[in-house]
Design a protein around this ligand. Structure first.
Ligand SMILES: [Zn+2]
Length: 256
């Protein structure tokens, strides 16, 4: 029997996966569009397909290719494309959620060497979990923090109780019709992490969560994970949280 706390990883399939992050000139499977199979849906340069290497047991793993520009990133997408990608992804994620086929559905993005990602080409993943409900592992406090921007529909903050540690940017959306605003804040967080946050931060994760009343996104800059978290599950919170929140609002919101 499979437990409901752990996902089982297929080592054999994992070994077949191309490791394109290692070399700049390595072959990119997401640029070779004619060779891609199992496409579920397409919208201009955005492509949604089944994962070619479904390494996780009892899941339905899909990949959302965000653009046909290999070296682009969410932090620099033109606004219209940004909105299109987030709308497309959230729509497919929530469709899978409401299909009733999964305990829960996770929607996330890895970017950079410390993120856990293996392919550079901008993409996200939507994965249906048959036996695990990730919502049992999250709580309201995960998304509360020092405000960067607040409105009736969207909260943008930095965690005061981060899940893993240090800085976690949260965007909580109470009204799905304001999804474009959430997309703008996701882009701001990602742009800040890659361009202003700490000199050498090249990695981040973006995670989406379904909440009882709305959805949330979390952007986590990634470094080597703290041993206190690995060994003892003790998250650390930075004493610079207020300062970083002020810096983000000064850079991105001061003129509005
Ligand atoms: Zn590519």
């Amino acid at each position: 029997m499979l437990s409901k706390t752990h996902l089982y990883f297929n080592t054999h399939l994992g070994q077949q996966k191309p490791q394109t992050i290692a070399g700049q000139n390595a072959y990119c499977p997401f640029c070779d569009r004619d060779a891609l199979v199992d496409i579920i849906e397409e919208s201009g340069p955005i492509l949604w397909l089944k994962n070619k290497y479904p390494v996780l047991a009892d899941t339905f793993q899909t990949v959302l290719i965000e653009t046909d520009i290999c070296n682009s990133d969410l932090s620099i997408y033109p606004r219209e494309h940004l909105h299109k990608v987030i709308r497309f992804g959230v729509e497919k994620w929530l469709e899978m959620e409401s299909s009733g086929q999964y305990s829960s559905v996770i929607f996330f993005k890895n970017h950079g060497p410390y993120s856990g990602g293996t392919i550079l080409h901008p993409h996200m993943q939507i994965v249906g979990l048959k036996n695990i409900d990730y919502r049992e592992n999250i709580q309201a406090a995960d998304f509360q923090g020092v405000a960067i921007h607040q409105s009736n529909h969207v909260d943008f903050n930095i965690s005061v109780k981060p899940r893993v540690g240090f800085f976690e940017f949260n965007i909580v959306l109470h009204n799905l019709s304001k999804l474009d605003q959430m997309a703008d804040f996701i882009q701001i967080a990602v742009h800040y992490v890659l361009h202003h946050f700490m000199k050498f931060c090249q990695s981040y994760n973006l995670f989406f969560y379904k909440l009882p009343h709305g959805i949330a996104a979390k952007i986590i800059p990634r470094f080597i994970t703290s041993p206190l978290f690995i060994g003892y599950t003790i998250p650390q919170v930075s004493d610079k949280t207020n300062e970083i929140a002020q810096d983000v609002s000064r850079r991105y919101f001061s003129h509005s």
